[in-house]
Design a protein around this ligand. Structure first.
Ligand code: SF4
Length: 271
């Protein structure tokens, strides 16, 4: 769980949160409430991201890690960072399911992508920031910025989600193009590739982003951030994601199916 976000800092996640469920947005960004739990899926995502960052850091500064070393790194991080408030939302699952999934994702990434990757790394976990208006500053973290073997600038975001995204705004339409726009400004290129690498599918969806495209996505993002900034009503939008929402124990509109009630049970027990 991250610390409170400053009032004028708008990330893609913040704008997405407002559009997914304005009530959750209000709890998190305006009332600055702490979520009662962290889902194991979010935890696993962080662990795998950290291992991927380590792989490229080692490759670029020392020697390229073997498959065994990559898996061992993921296993170690999963065990070391585990905390009491990390919960298994799907009550029929076990912690070992997610440990095994982490091993599997890292194994396939190493075998299919990393071992063949000849691209150059420019930055890992790069913080991006851009002042859009006095009240709206864009912030984000790009998982990896680099150049292809042909010298083309790219930004890639790793996804551990089950499904591959689509072109809609809160799936693939905005996030990586926003990051590409920041990279274009920083490195002075006129075109970049913005990619989503889906680890469960070992597939990367690339979008070409020109300087003009980047300006357009940033304008759209500014409009969306303005909507959130000027909102006076914050209606709840109950959906399956309520099970993963760390405010589901205090939200009167929460709808949590029994089979996904691990978080809610934990939150209620710790009240
Ligand atoms: S529990 Fe559901 S409806 Fe309530 S804030 Fe969270 S996501 Fe929104």
């Amino acid at each position: 769980m991250a610390g409170p976000t400053p009032k004028n800092q708008f990330s893609f996640s913040r704008v997405k949160s407002f559009n997914q469920c304005a009530a959750a947005y209000r709890y998190r960004y305006l009332k600055k409430k702490k979520e009662a739990f962290r889902s194991v899926e979010s935890y696993l995502g962080n662990v795998v991201h950290d291992t991927l960052e380590w792989l490229y850091h080692e490759r670029d500064t020392k020697t390229s890690p073997t498959l065994e070393a990559a898996v061992a790194d993921c296993e170690r991080r999963f065990a070391e960072k585990w905390a009491e408030n990390i919960v298994i939302i799907r009550i029929d699952e076990q912690r070992s399911t997610y440990e095994n999934l982490g091993r599997d994702l890292v194994t396939r990434f190493h075998q299919v992508t990393f071992s063949k990757d000849r691209s150059e790394t420019i930055a890992l976990e790069q913080r991006l920031a851009l002042k859009l208006t006095p009240e709206i500053h864009f912030t984000g973290f790009a998982d990896r910025i680099g150049r292809t073997a042909q010298g083309r600038l790219f930004v890639v975001d790793y996804k551990t989600s089950k499904s591959v995204g689509d072109k809609s705004e809160f799936s693939e339409g905005l996030q990586a193009p926003l990051y590409a726009h920041c990279a274009l400004k920083r490195y002075g290129d006129h075109e970049a590739l913005a990619g989503y690498h889906y680890l469960r599918h070992e597939k990367t969806n690339w979008i070409s982003v020109t300087s003009k495209d980047g300006e357009a996505v940033m304008q759209r993002f500014t409009a969306l951030a303005n909507e959130a900034l000027s909102a006076t009503e914050f209606p709840a939008t109950p959906a399956i994601l309520c099970a993963w929402c760390g405010f589901n124990n205090i939200c009167p509109s929460a709808q949590v199916p029994e089979k996904f009630s691990g978080g809610l049970r934990y939150a209620e027990a710790s009240q």
